[in-house]
Each structure stands twice: as structure tokens, then as C-alpha cells.
Design a protein around this ligand. Structure first.
Ligand code: PEP
Ligand code: CO
Length: 447
């Protein structure tokens, strides 16, 4: 029996299970009204786009594509503006060009955007100077300022999040349909400071090599390779706030089953992957390709049970396992999981998130990650997969096109004293533009 046809599943059946990381809305009537409105609004994506992504992920499972997923840890409503959106698109396009060239595989591009507005927190409340308020859970729920008004979960934010996701996606689609992603014009993606980057020469060398190959093939073919004038861009976010995800879960004409039409690729965060939990219950019933974040606490039995519940028919392209062990633990914790899934004959796509297992707080209080740890976890992951006879099919990164100072190291060797200069993330530290491009160059050499 396939997941969507199970008689006991509905978009709301998760409500009977324990749901972690959900806010408590003070005004139930206002929440119900906002969810009603959300159910009536047009969806953000279509089922045929979701199905197209699933087919591409199935190809990645077979080693014919590589997945690049990236974006902010948490989007903010304030960042829904053109420069920010175009900048993020530019860095992801530059990185994917480097990966295509180095790995000799087509790249599936998935943003962490147009809906990455809700965050899991380690505690439900935060106390400062004797005052306790609800934790900030992302702009979809409340505001970061430490006041009772800002921290009260506000259902209006569900509609505002939908609107800003739509505005983001509309601009991304417009840019891409207008030729922004045309491989014949990689200069469109140049960011102002690209020429000053320590990696500029290496990047430009690859761009020139690709341009030369393109011209060669087009001369042979006697025509422009139309496929290269646009690329597909998909969206993904953590499906955390279940009332909002369920309100955007729909049936479509002439197909059976239910789709989450708020995003192409929802994933289950590490903190909400309990087998008997509400998030797994919700995700098992939708037709989208889905991800599960896997941390060091994951066991082979738990993982195999998740595979069974979430992909009972072993459907190609459905399940993406995103491991985030940390550089220190990947070599010890990943092999038993890879072995178990391989021995069970399960079809999955393995992706590495080298960010979330490498977060630490340094002496001056900043939450940071070292570029060397990130790079080391990736390198070790490729090696561990090779040793187990499995394949690393993608990466999941937190990055920005801005010149921030949130992660340590990289070619400019940012130190702890540099963090204060341009630390802008409200949640996790992101690779800046140069570090992201440097990492893409490294991955291109690893794969
Ligand atoms: C995240 O992706 O921002 C996140 C919270 O990850 P994880 O669930 O892996 O901790
Ligand atoms: Co994060």
C-alpha cells in the first residue's frame, strides 16, 4: 500500500500525535481564521514541478546528478527584497556551475528559501534578567525582539509568510525565465566583489573553459543549445509548523494523493524525526520528495523504520537522507547507518549537511562554525561513502551572497575577532560569498 492511499491519513491526522516545536497561539479564533484564509489562497508551487523534482532526485540517486541545496538558516521577512534574492540566486548559480564542471554531473538546485521562516529551538522559553518570554521561533511565528508583544505567536504571520514566499518565488521565476541563468551569460551572476575574491582566478578559469566548450558544441551542432538558456530552481524548507503545512496540503485534478504545495522539497528537522511523532505522521502522507535530517543520535533501526514509514514502496526520488554528524563524529557515526540502509536495499539519496554538526560558541559569545570543520566533514563523508559502497549525492549548506563574518576561516582566514564586524544572522552562522564559492571549488575536486 502506498503512503498516500493509507486509509487513516489526512492532512490533519498529525494532530493525534505528539507535535514538538509548535507555538502556543494565544488567540485560537484568530489562528483558525488565518488557516482558513491560507487554505483558500493559490499554492506556491504546482504538483508537476514537484514531480519533476522527484524525477531529478531519482536520477541523483543513480549517480547521474548532484544536489546543491543552500540558503539562509532562517529567512527573515525584512530580507524579502530584490538584491538579497538575486544575490542568493547568483551564488547558487556560480556554485552549481563550478560543480557541473568539476563533477561532470548535472546539478539539481534547491534553495533554502521562499518559506524557510520557522525555526526549532532548544527551549520553549527564554529568560533575561528574571523575565521569561516565549522563544523566537522564526518570522512565521513571532518577532525576535525581547518584549511580550514581539514574542507572542501571531497568526497574521502565517499569511505574511505565504505572501513573502510568493513574492520571493515570483522574482526568482521572473529572473530565470528572463534568461538570468543562461549559461552563455555567466557574467550576469557576478557579484560586485567577485574580482577581489581569492578564488576569482580559479572561478574565471572554469567559466572560460565552459564558455569554450559551449561554443565548440554549438559550432558542431549548428545551433544554440536551448537547454542551457534556463535552469530549474526548486524550493525547500523545514516543514516545522504543521498547522501551516497542513493548510497548504492539497489534492490536484487527475492525480491521486496529496501534495504540499507550499514548497517542492519539505524536510523533517533533526529534532522532530520521532517515529511516533506528528511530523513523521504528516510527511508520510504527502507525495513530495522529502528530506530527513540525521544527527549522531540516529540509530540504524530508527532509520530503517523511518524509511519504511515514509517510503514503504521504495519509490525512486522520494527520500533524501541528510546527514549532519559534525567533522568529529562523521567517521564513527555514519558507517553503521550507510551499511544498514544498503543492506536493506533501500533506495535513498544521501546528502551531507556539513553545517549543523559543527556549530560552536566561541569566547566572545558568537555562535560560529569553522570553514575547516565544514570542509573536513564533507571530505570525510565522500570517503566514508566510498568505503561503504554508497554514494554521496549532494550537499545542504547555509550560505549568503553577502560579505558577512559569521563562519571562521576560509581563504581570508577570518578569526574570532572578525566575527563582530558583520555578523547578521539571527540564528545560525552562514558561509559568506567567498567561503561558499571556495567550498564549491573544494567539493568539485572531492566528488
Ligand atoms: C536547520 O537546517 O537549520 C536545522 C535546524 O537543522 P537540524 O534539524 O539538522 O538541526
Ligand atoms: Co540552521
Amino acid at each position: 500500500m502506498s503512503a498516500d492511499s493509507s486509509a487513516d491519513w489526512t492532512p490533519e491526522s498529525w494532530r493525534a500525535k505528539p507535535a514538538l516545536q509548535q507555538p502556543e497561539y494565544p488567540d485560537a479564533a484568530a489562528l483558525a481564521a488565518a488557516l482558513d484564509e491560507l487554505r483558500r489562497l493559490p499554492p506556491l508551487v504546482t504538483s508537476w514541478e514537484v514531480n519533476a523534482l522527484k524525477r531529478e532526485l531519482a536520477e541523483a540517486q543513480e549517480g547521474r546528478r548532484f544536489v546543491l541545496q543552500g540558503g539562509d538558516c532562517a529567512e527573515s521577512f525584512a530580507d524579502c527584497e530584490p538584491d538579497h534574492i538575486a544575490g542568493r540566486l547568483k551564488i547558487l548559480l556560480q556554485m552549481s556551475l563550478v560543480l557541473v564542471h568539476g563533477l561532470k554531473r548535472r546539478v539539481v538546485r534547491i534553495g533554502r528559501f521562499a518559506g524557510q521562516y520557522a525555526k526549532p529551538r532548544s527551549s520553549d522559553t527564554e529568560t533575561r534578567a528574571g523575565v521569561t518570554l516565549p522563544s523566537y521561533r522564526g518570522d512565521l511565528v513571532n518577532a525576535p525582539e525581547f518584549t511580550p508583544a514581539a514574542r507572542a505567536p501571531d497568526p497574521w504571520r502565517l499569511l505574511e509568510g505565504h505572501k513573502r514566499s510568493a513574492l520571493t518565488l515570483n522574482f526568482v521565476r521572473g529572473l530565470i525565465d528572463g534568461g538570468f541563468a543562461d549559461l552563455h551569460h555567466p557574467e550576469y551572476w557576478n557579484l560586485a566583489w567577485v574580482q577581489h575574491s581569492p578564488q576569482a582566478a580559479e572561478y574565471q578559469r572554469r567559466v572560460a573553459a565552459i564558455g569554450e566548450s559551449l561554443r565548440f558544441f554549438e559550432t558542431l551542432a549548428g545551433q544554440t543549445l536551448a537547454d542551457l538558456t534556463r535552469v530549474e530552481f526548486y524550493t525547500g524548507h523545514e516543514a516545522l509548523l504543521l498547522c501551516a503545512e497542513a493548510a497548504q496540503t492539497r489534492q490536484v485534478p487527475r492525480q491521486s494523493g496529496w501534495w504540499n504545495l507550499a514548497t517542492h522539497f519539505p524536510w523533517i528537522g533533526m529534532r522532530t524525526a520521532q517515529l511516533e511523532g506528528a511530523h513523521v505522521e504528516y510527511m508520510r502522507g504527502i507525495r513530495n520528495p522529502i528530506g530527513i535530517k540525521i544527527g549522531p543520535q540516529m540509530t540504524p533501526d530508527w532509520l530503517l523504520a523511518l524509511c519504511e514509514v515514509l517510503n514503504p514502496d521504495d519509490e525512486p526520488g522520494r527520500l533524501c537522507l541528510i546527514h549532519r554528524m559534525g567533522a568529529a563524529q562523521v567517521e564513527s557515526h555514519l558507517p553503521p547507518l550507510l551499511e544498514a540502509v544498503r543492506r536493506a536495499g533501500r533506495r535513498v539519496l544521501w546528502v551531507c549537511d556539513p553545517m549543523h554538526g559543527n556549530t560552536r560558541t566561541v569566547g566572545n559569545g558568537y555562535k560560529t562554525r569553522a570553514f575547516s570543520d565544514i570542509s573536513r566533514e564533507l571530505e570525510a563523508s565522500f570517503a566514508v561513502h566510498a568505503a561503504c559502497g554508497t554514494r554521496l549525492g549532494g550537499v545542504h549548506l547555509e550560505l549568503t551572497a553577502e560579505d558577512v563574518t559569521e563562519c571562521l576561516g576560509g581563504a581570508r582566514d577570518l578569526g574570532e575577532q572578525d566575527l563582530a564586524r558583520a555578523y547578521r544572522s539571527t540564528v545560525d552562522p552562514r558561509l559568506n560569498y567567498e567561503q561558499a564559492l571556495e567550498l564549491a571549488l573544494k567539493i568539485a575536486a572531492m566528488g
